[in-house]
Design a binder for this molecule. Sequence first.
Ligand code: C2E
Ligand code: MG
Ligand code: MG
Length: 409
Amino acid sequence: MALRGISCVVVTEPITGQRGPSRERPIGILTERDILQMRRLALALSTTRVEEVMSTPLSCIHPADDLAAVRDRMQKLRIRRMVVANDAGELVGLITESNLMQSIDPVDLYGVYEILQRQVNILREGQFQLLSRQRFDLSRALANREFKLVYQPLLNLSQGKIQSAEALIRWTSPQHGTVPPCDFIPLAEHSGFIVELGDWILETACQQIHQWLMEGGQPIQIAVNVTAHQLLEPQFVAKLLGIVERAGIPPALLKLELTESVLVENTMATAHCFQELQKQGIQIAIDDFGTGYASLSYLQHFSFDTLKVDQSFVRGIHTNPKAQVIVHSVLDMAEKMGFKTVAEGVEYPEELQWLRDAGCQVIQGYLIGKPLPPEQWEPEWLSGAVLPLIGAATASDGRGDRQVPAPGR
Ligand code: C2E
Ligand code: MG
Ligand code: MG
């Protein structure tokens, strides 16, 4: 990251639970010193979160505050910068020690508003530079073929077969090593690069569906994670249909996974897009169900195919009475509304047993198989063979990054 020409940027987070246009509230400041400190500690930029290194605590003032009082507070707190926020908690500027020095100079007196305006412009420029840099890094990684897709099998419990997979992206960077998707997908989303990266992901996954069809096994449906940015592109549906057609696959073998936030934030546009996709036979799953902030209200407005119960409910479900009540209710509701259900993150045979008894149709997790490159997929997953009852894997096999033996192996 280069803070070229500026000494700090303000870090913000969205204000959730508000209607109307999305808003941001300041939560901290990232300074040149923080970046130098990171380098001293040899922290990798791509794998370290901003919040781990930003200068805290953050101190906040209001635009109407008296400058002398602001200077006194800075001196008392021994800080050099303060964030300026309005009554709604939104960022409107940043005021530094040197701004104060300038404004109390009787010869050259600036208005506070003018100072703030200049700072906001500098901040915007700083944010823009950061995003451009990140976009450049990701774009170069795509050109250098540093991304690949791995595929995690999903087991249909009533049939005992693998019939589908989830495509998950992996980035192996020569500089930073293995970078997990949760570290770079948000950057790609913020910088707008997700559209280009998302196209590559969709193309690659559709080609894989075709490849498996050509190999003569049973058709394997692949689910691809898609973000709000991609879905709301004006030509998304047409582009997706083009990709499906070029790959020569039936649209029903492609599923899109979207998180709840997409549905909550862009209701009308998303509902329209869903209708278009489903008209063409492309299925839709709601990912990480139960972790969003308006989980139930949208269920009446959208039609989709599958609910994926988040792994936080699945972990240890056989011993967690509260999670059991929640998952029972979700499965019951899904059945009555005509959705299929997938339980994510199944690691233990006891979890599988509980989910099967509760009527869950499909499970995904390390107990069945980890996300793997296609060449490492088991032949019986591809052939549609009925897998022996799972029970061989012990609890300690299922944790962490280790490969758990697939059923019967
Ligand atoms: P997700 O879509 O909910 O994917 C499931 C995540 O859970 C994956 O992590 C998967 O490796 C992990 N997982 C699966 N089974 C188990 C298990 O039994 N135990 C545990 N502890 N974890 C399990 P991963 O691959 O790190 O992906 C994280 C998230 O990053 C995904 O969550 C998804 O939101 C995003 N992501 C991954 N690939 C893509 C992609 O191609 N495009 C987009 N837009 N997002 C992606
Ligand atoms: Mg997913
Ligand atoms: Mg998920």
